[in-house]
Write a protein that binds this ligand. Sequence first.
Ligand SMILES: [Zn+2]
Length: 217
Amino acid sequence: MSDSNTNSSLNAAGNQWLGNLKTNLDDEAVKQLDSAIKSSKFLAEEINAAGEANLGVSFDKNSAGILYNSGDEKVHIGSDLSGWEAQGLTAAPIAHELAHALQINGNPDNVSVPDQGIDGALEKSHTEEGVAYAAQYIVEQQAGLSDGLINTKQQSLTSTLSAFAQQNGIDVSNLGFDPNPPSVSADQQLASVAGEWSALANPSNAPNLTYDQSTVV
Ligand SMILES: [Zn+2]
């Protein structure tokens, strides 16, 4: 087939996994993903890990959300991906869900990424959510994407993580993906900050409203 079907940032398993994903995405989403993979080492390594783990993907055009379900161990991509695509952010929720699916201690059941700045997040585990938010943040930074995290919360998680990275001398542009990283690694430190932040953040001024209660699944 043509050269556009392989990506030099990926190994054979990663390219095969990505090829399957692409058959269910439209041209614009494919373009955004290819571009992000070329500039994000972390995303390329997540996709290689997905290929090596033979991670399943299910396309549910009639359902909302993009999520990892630890019950069937598949990433489910629903109609919401088009909303991310419209913002140029196709790679962001994929990076987020791959972190849930692949990283040790990163897979709460049925976790959905936040949805267009409204309240589409089912956050069963705020701490483990940090792993996925950190992955999303790293990929957005490496690929030069606009901020897909900021719209979902009152405060900016992105600026919180950027400040932490700067204070601790973490070079985000150089971070790679490790399915089982040591707790002292830079991405795990970012995940810890993101998890703490996520647990404290509320989606509105309602004092008792948490993400779990505000979710439409
Ligand atoms: Zn999540």
